[in-house]
Write a protein that binds this ligand. Structure first.
Ligand code: S3P
Length: 172
């Protein structure tokens, strides 16, 4: 059985849509860690943060990570921006970091037709000063844990997915 591909990177970088297009191009399945958390806890991510706090959300991420490592193969895993911190991340699959600098990321988020929903869904984006700091703090950590780094700013998703397929040795 082939290993999974785990997409990591900051909020809004496009991990979900990249995973879905990769799945379409390769015939692999894709799963989203936040969706898995929402389905097994029967709560929205936003609600988990507001009612139970971030530490509880991080526990749920760890639980998902254990399940992925044990049960999931040959799948594109799209993760939340903080998922890279789970202790077994590299055992889940090949780790691909999608990189954009913070300003370009914000531009892309604000250019989105549904910008309000995008921000509302992500509690850690509500304070932009803190989000910028978080991006800065996480950057070396993402880079440290990743097997492959892909630049996403200013590129099409077609181009990004083709580069991942090539660098990760996936078959179209
Ligand atoms: C988070 C990113 C979110 C979600 C949660 C926490 C983070 O996912 O998991 O709000 O810590 O960066 P996206 O990266 O898909 O927005």
């Amino acid at each position: 059985m082939k290993a999974n591909i785990v997409l990591i990177g900051f909020m809004g970088v496009g991990k979900g849509r990249t995973a879905r297009l990769l799945a379409e191009k390769t015939g692999m399945f894709s799963v989203d860690c936040d969706d898995l958390i929402e389905s097994f806890s029967n709560q929205k991510v936003k609600k988990i943060f507001s009612e139970f706090g971030e530490p509880h959300f991080r526990k749920l991420e760890k639980k998902v990570a254990v399940w992925l490592e044990k049960r999931v193969r040959n799948t594109i895993v799209s993760s939340g921006g903080g998922f890279f911190n789970v202790p077994n991340i590299r055992k889940i699959g090949k780790v691909v970091y999608l990189h954009s600098d913070f300003n370009q990321l914000l531009e892309a988020i604000y250019a989105h037709p549904n910008v309000k929903k995008k921000i509302k869904k992500r509690p850690l984006l509500s304070d932009l000063t803190k989000a910028r700091e978080l991006h800065e703090t996480r950057l070396p950590l993402y880079r440290d844990i990743a097997d492959i780094e892909i630049q996403v700013a200013g590129r099409t998703i077609e181009d990004i997915t083709d580069e991942i397929i090539k660098k990760a040795g996936l078959k179209k």
